[in-house]
Ligand binder design. Structure first.
Ligand SMILES: *Cc1c(COP(=O)(O)O)cnc(C)c1O
Length: 424
């Protein structure tokens, strides 16, 4: 039986009336209640810490009990501007009230404008949008292979660095040179090879006539903030040019002003063929981007790649607002200033107590390499004491705060670290 248009009942006024008044307020869930439900209903793929944040502002967070925290994790380099930035909130609220989805069959104004902005920032690269870092890297691997295919070179191999991280889907995972992430998920896609970072000899011995692209993080994030040397990156660029190999920089974590320049690779003066972005681009709204030179971009002709949600109104409105505020509030400069101050404070604090062997990173992408395996203890004691960051393995503290932090926040961070150190 087919339903005629006339038979569809018109929406009654009853259904249209907002229900909020006559609904009973839902009691806020306690941490214990959330933990019990999650244990019963959530796939337990995250080892979660016993905190449920409820509200955020700038570099501050509050949990369900009202306790305040200083946030030096920023949702893992996602919250570029600080929590609940009013300009981002206004942009996504306006967009939600205007239009959310039409599909990439049509032009999408905020997407086009965000592409234009990223083009300016990247020296004229073209943009493709997706929803995450791994999807951006997926697109980067695909564009590299397709570009080589179109040129008829037969090159398909991808080289990446050991201890790098490029995401959890099969392409990004295959490029991730860390066996622990691959274990049990095999077989992996073919054609991925790994070399130690900052070892140009190792790279030059692996490049051959099958190599399509090299993908590197200018600063490795997940393995504890391990920077590629500027000189190494310049040598990699030369090798790539010599061999007709594409150079992809994964700036998913180190990009969007975090190091004091919009792209971390700008410090080296090297220009890549392809850049991937995600984490900090939407200040918390999911968005990923692939940027490619005019020439490489031609490989993704109509129909060759796509993404339903990629470049949607909401995420691109958030991205545009994020980039505007980044400039207006001069947050890249602040990242540089506060990053240098924080690194200096960490070194001084570490030399007093002998706990820190090395401070690594640039801008507000920093880590402290500890001389003892107490990173998790210090992180947990800090969390209890209202200070958020993360521990990488047993002996690295990683800091990725919002770029709006002040000198007072840094001083407070050092105080909290000292309190945690004496407590463990
Ligand atoms: C987080 C990260 C990814 C993966 O991003 P998702 O959004 O989690 O898929 C890829 N590359 C780098 C360098 C990252 O830090």
């Amino acid at each position: 039986m087919s339903l005629q248009i006339e038979e569809i009942p018109p929406r009654s006024l009853e259904n249209q009336r907002p229900k909020t008044q006559d609904q009973k307020p839902v009691a806020p869930a306690t941490l214990e209640e959330l933990q019990a439900i999650d244990a019963r209903c959530g796939i337990q793929n995250y080892g979660r810490l016993p905190v449920a944040f409820k509200r955020g502002s700038g570099a501050r967070l509050w949990d369900e009990s009202g306790k305040e925290y200083l946030d030096f994790l920023g949702g893992i380099a996602v919250v570029t501007l600080g929590h609940s930035h009013p300009k981002v909130a206004a942009a996504i609220t306006h967009q939600a009230n205007t239009l959310l989805h039409t599909s990439n069959m049509f032009y999408i104004e905020p997407q086009v404008k965000l592409a234009e902005k990223l083009s300016e920032l990247s020296g004229g690269k073209r943009a493709f949008f997706c929803n995450s870092g791994t999807e951006a890297n997926e697109a980067a691997i695909k564009i590299a292979r397709k570009w080589q295919h179109n040129k008829g070179t037969g090159r398909f191999e991808i080289i990446s660095a050991l201890d790098g991280f490029h995401g959890r889907t099969y392409g990004g995972l295959s490029a991730t040179g860390q066996p622990k992430y691959h274990e049990g998920f095999g077989p992996m896609p073919e054609g991925f090879y790994y070399v130690p970072l900052n070892d140009i000899e190792a790279l030059s011995s692996v490049i051959n006539e099958q190599t399509a692209a090299i993908i590197l993080e200018p600063i490795q994030g997940e393995s504890g903030i391990r920077p590629a040397d500027d000189e190494y990156l310049r040598a990699v660029r030369e090798l790539c040019d010599e061999h007709g190999v594409l150079l992809i920089f994964d700036e998913v974590q180190c990009g969007i002003g975090r190091t004091g320049k919009f792209f971390a690779h700008e410090w080296s003066g090297v220009t890549p063929d392809v850049i991937t972005l995600a984490k900090g681009l939407g200040n918390g709204v999911p968005i990923g981007a692939l940027l490619a030179t005019d020439e490489v971009a031609t490989a993704l002709s109509p129909g060759t790649h796509g993404c339903t949600f990629g470049g949607n109104f909401l995420s691109c409105a958030a991205g545009l607002a994020t980039l505007e505020v980044l400039e207006e509030e001069e947050l890249m400069q602040n990242a540089l200033v506060q990053g240098e101050y924080f690194a200096r404070c960490l070194r001084e604090w570490g030399s007093e107590n002998g706990l820190i062997a090395e401070v690594r990173g640039r801008g507000l992408m920093l880590s402290a390499q500890l001389s003892q395996p107490v990173a998790k203890d210090i992180m947990k004691a800090s969390l209890e004491n209202g200070f958020v960051f993360n521990a990488v393995g047993d002996d690295v503290l990683r800091f990725l705060p919002p770029l709006c932090i002040t000198q007072n926040d840094v001083d407070e961070a050092i105080d909290k670290l000292e309190q945690a150190r004496t407590a463990v």
